[in-house]
Design a protein around this ligand. Structure first.
Ligand SMILES: Cc1ncc(COP(=O)(O)O)c(C=O)c1O
Length: 400
């Protein structure tokens, strides 16, 4: 059979397009902060990860422009060779200072960070213990580590009893890394970090946490999951990973922790060494976002207050949601086409959310992922809640 046959036979996307409910690859024609023009419609954006709304902040935009003026539009090479600028090294120092770690290393994307760090650190005959709901980039790193001879074990999501049972199967002195999302990207759940850290000490494992959806969101100053639980990055949790594509309103990723470990990754990670470095504009934007996060922690408080209001509002309509405090609010629909239908009806009513189906979530857990932005006006918050209720009633997803 021809290699391309599967492509010619791939009709699922065409069917959904024909039904007029494809929720993916929509074109944003204008972006005015929480309001965007999407394929001719003005809608409230409730499906982005720009949690603090900084992608529209004049200081961030100006910093991106200034960095491009000073260092050009691209580094045209990897960090290893010609692609390290003073912008990159300053960003790493500033981020380590913010998180309270000895050192930090900036990768080109968050995806590459997870892939690169895991593959580099967990080697032949060593152990990686990973939450089943971890992000696809962690899975990518796990698969490479496994192909190179590491043992990869997975446990039920945020299930600390299952994590302990898994740890018990591994020789106590075997090198091991537990890796988890801090805030799970599709359900908005926060990992039970205090228990995980306790288990890691007892079973002699290191911990790496992916803070993509936690930095800028959790902890009074937006430092993430450790701060939320009164734990420390760099000691209680040895490795803190994050992306710049969410609260930092840019593009890139980082890993932070003990200097000798970060240096090892810097010199040994293929993903780091063989990929061009973050563009100057991206680095400039992150540095400005970090400055604003540190200067204006009230943005984090506002985000959590909005999250509380939307969670309460959605529940008061009769929807069952996964309890929590984060700005990721999953409304479980449980079927592909019903999820697409609800997504479309919501869009027609002026609210864009994300429709998530397998493999983003397990079959039967298809959901609308509502994600919020700190810079909404109150009328935006109220409209999101109102329209979710209206669509829920119209489609019979909730009582009448
Ligand atoms: C939990 C998590 N980790 C890593 C990533 C990858 O980050 P990036 O988009 O910066 O490559 C994402 C992005 O969706 C994520 O949600």
């Amino acid at each position: 059979m021809d290699l391309f046959e599967k492509c010619y036979q791939f009709s699922r996307a065409k069917e959904i397009i024909a039904a007029g409910v494809l929720p993916y690859f929509l074109t944003v024609q204008e972006n005015h902060g929480p309001l965007v023009k999407l394929e001719g419609r003005d809608v409230i954006m409730a499906g982005s990860n720009d949690y603090l709304g900084l992608s529209q902040h004049p200081e961030v935009i100006e910093a991106a422009c200034q960095a491009a003026k000073e260092f050009g539009s691209s580094c045209s090479g990897s960090r290893f060779l010609n692609g390290t600028t003073t912008l990159h090294t300053r960003l790493e120092e500033e981020l380590a200072d913010f998180l309270g770690t000895e050192a930090c290393l900036a990768f080109t994307t968050g995806y590459l960070t997870n892939q690169g760090v895991i593959q580099t650190l967990v080697q032949r005959n060593e152990y990686l213990i990973s939450d089943k709901e971890n992000h696809a980039s962690i899975v990518a790193g796990s698969l490479i580590a496994k192909a190179l001879g590491a043992n990869v074990l997975r446990y039920g999501t945020n299930d600390m009893a299952d994590l302990e049972a898994t740890l018990k199967t591994i020789p106590i002195d075997a090198p091991k890394l537990i890796v988890t999302d801090g805030v799970f990207s599709m359900t908005g759940r926060i990992v039970d970090l205090p228990k995980m850290v306790e288990l890691a000490r007892r079973y002699k494992a290191r911990v790496m946490i992916d803070e993509a959806h936690a930095v800028g969101v959790l902890g009074e100053d937006g430092q993430g999951t450790c701060a939320h639980f009164g734990l420390k990055n760099g000691s209680d949790v040895e490795l803190t990973m994050g992306t710049f594509s969410k609260s930092f309103a840019s593009l890139g990723g980082f890993i932070a922790g003990e200097r000798s470990v970060i240096d090892y990754i810097k010199f040994n990670s293929q993903a780091f060494r063989f990929s061009a470095s973050m563009s100057p504009a991206s680095v400039g934007a992150v540095r400005a976002s970090l400055r604003i996060i540190r200067r204006e922690p009230e943005r984090v408080a506002r985000l959590l207050e909005i999250s509380r209001q939307v969670r309460e509002g959605v529940k008061s309509h009769g929807f069952k949601i996964i309890e929590g405090i984060t700005p990721i609010i999953p409304i479980i629909i449980g079927d592909d086409m019903a999820t697409f239908g609800a997504w479309k009806r919501l869009l027609d009513n002026g609210v864009f959310v994300n429709a998530v189906i397998a493999p983003g979530v397990p079959q039967g857990q298809q959901l609308l992922r509502v994600s919020l932005i700190a810079t909404y006006k109150q009328e935006h918050v109220d409209k999101i809640v109102e329209m979710i209720g209206k669509v829920g009633k119209e489609l019979g997803l909730i009582g009448g």
